[in-house]
Design a protein around this ligand. Structure first.
Ligand code: GUN
Length: 296
């Protein structure tokens, strides 16, 4: 591994240790154990792996978790009933519906059914709107994790040119909005480029900080970046690899080895942004539990 790596594992561990300590204090001072409910519909293998990792993180952080696994053919009404029950359950402070949902279920309607104060994914339109206008709300975990990585690695964003590649609701749009805010750990000049651009290298070459979230292997190659750029690779892609027992390995959206030679700092995959996402989910759940105890 090169020596210009941003170690997501180390930073995520630090955050989980902070959450664990604050959870212990909340339990001792208020008798409250943060509670997080997971809903998994169908048997997508990647989703099952993600939920298992999130459950383990809950155990570590002293967060009570419950997981409801429903078959792929579950009616949307049943999902709504469960969310409604959790919305009204004082022991559940956070609700996470693992995406993607089966096609016959309307994902937008499900997300909108979750109480915004329990929306630890930060996907509810109320939380999306609050982010847009700079009000305190629940931030989505992956972009919140990226911001924490930058802050905790001492990478200043103020006045810097951040270029985001990708415009998803989960990563591209929210990270652009977070880093655009006139606030500490933000205040960047942000450009968002995406698949409709004729040539994204026009944008990537201008970046002081380049955030890549396209879900496409080798979206960014070494010829597309400036010397000294900071690179945040959000991609989690499986590619065939016969040398591995499981037959595949995980790579990001960036041609890591070649880009690492030009970058001042770069996140690896795995061990970069992915692990931060789970740590921020723990932090959001703690925040939701705290607000339930101490509103305002
Ligand atoms: N599927 C992939 N990423 C996410 C995420 O951050 N939250 C949820 N709920 N589902 C996902």
């Amino acid at each position: 591994m090169p020596n210009n790596i941003i170690d997501g594992k180390r930073i995520a561990q630090m955050i989980k240790d902070e959450v664990r300590e604050e959870t212990r204090m909340l339990r001792e001072t208020h008798g409250v154990v943060p509670g997080l409910a997971f809903l998994l519909v169908g048997d997508d293998p990647a989703s099952r792996t993600y939920v298992a990792s999130k459950e383990r993180a809950c155990d570590y952080c002293g967060i009570h978790s419950v997981t409801l696994r429903l078959p792929a053919e579950t009616h949307e009404a049943e999902v709504h009933d469960k969310i409604s029950a959790w919305n009204n359950d004082p022991e559940i402070h956070g609700i996470l519906v693992q995406l993607p949902l089966p096609e016959h279920i309307d994902t937008d309607r499900i997300i909108e059914a979750i109480s915004p104060v329990k929306d630890v994914d930060g996907f509810h339109p109320v939380n999306v709107g609050k982010l847009m206008i700079g009000q305190q709300g629940m931030l989505p975990c992956t972009p919140a994790g990226i911001q924490q990585m930058l802050i905790r690695s001492g990478i200043a964003t103020e006045g810097k040119h951040v270029v985001v590649i990708g415009r998803s609701n989960i990563v591209g749009k929210p990270i652009a909005n977070i880093l655009l805010q006139k606030a500490a750990g933000a205040n960047a000049v942000v450009t968002v480029a995406h698949s409709a651009a004729a040539d994204i290298s026009v944008f990537t070459r201008q970046a002081d900080i380049l955030i890549v979230a396209t879900g496409r292997v080798n979206t960014v190659t070494a010829d597309m970046v400036r010397e000294g750029v900071v690179v945040i690779d959000v991609g989690i892609n499986r590619i065939a690899d016969n040398t591995r027992e499981r037959g595949y390995r995980i790579v990001g959206d960036v041609d890591f080895d070649a880009v690492a030679e030009k970058a001042s700092l770069i996140t690896p995959v795995p061990g970069g942004v992915g692990v931060m996402t789970i740590a921020m989910l723990m932090k959001n759940t703690l925040t939701a539990a705290r607000h339930a105890v101490m509103p305002g």
